[in-house]
Design a protein around this ligand. Structure first.
Ligand code: AMP
Length: 182
């Protein structure tokens, strides 16, 4: 199986849960920019304080901040990795492609988890994270549509995109992902 992966999909699609499962099974480094940013917030770092204000509105944190977080982790990894929640716009795609070229580790497969807005909203509301309030959720879905969804065509054009249906329970979705990645 490929060991340099990217999970793409709207907020609430189950990327984080499914990425954790795949990483555990395959021994990959799980790189979730959302988790790494929340870690900075809980540590109360300067970066965390700046990021928190933006995250609470459901907007995107600056490309440079996110890139610097990813760069530190990726350059240390030798066992393969899974990117979850990054890149999130076309500028981040460009920055990431340059970084991966420099370390000779191109992405092998992009997995798109597809799911309808109603299920997403329901899932996020039951999760209860600080940015899981109705108005913030609406904005995060808009940001996804406007800024992140163009990445689907980009990776499709590169011929490395696979998509699966993200509805159903964790195990069913996990099985679909394993099948798609085989
Ligand atoms: P997530 O856990 O992936 O849903 O991310 C939670 C929040 O963290 C997002 O709504 C953004 O504010 C911020 N964030 C996470 N990843 C990125 C990224 N790649 N670029 C910009 N902001 C991000």
């Amino acid at each position: 199986m490929k060991n340099r992966l990217l999970f793409l999909g709207p907020p609430g699609a189950g990327k984080g849960t499914q990425a954790s499962l795949i990483c555990k099974e395959k021994g990959l480094l799980h790189l979730s920019t959302g988790d790494l940013l929340r870690e900075e917030v809980s540590l109360g770092t300067q970066l965390g304080k700046e990021a928190e204000l933006i995250m609470n509105k459901g907007e995107l944190v600056s490309d440079q901040i996110v890139l610097s977080i990813v760069e530190k982790k990726l350059s240390k990894s030798s066992q393969g990795w899974l990117l979850d929640g990054f890149p999130r716009n076309l500028m981040q795609v460009e920055l990431l492609e340059k970084l991966l070229k420099d370390i000779h580790q191109p992405i092998q497969t992009v997995l798109l988890i597809e799911i309808d807005d109603e299920t997403l909203t329901h899932r996020m509301l039951s999760r209860g994270r600080k940015d899981d309030k109705e108005d913030v959720i609406r904005n995060r879905l808009k940001v996804y549509r406007d800024k992140t969804s163009p990445l689907v065509n980009h990776y499709m054009d590169l011929g490395i995109l696979k998509s699966i249906n993200g509805c159903g329970n964790i195990e069913d979705v996990n099985n679909r992902i394993k099948e798609a990645l085989n």
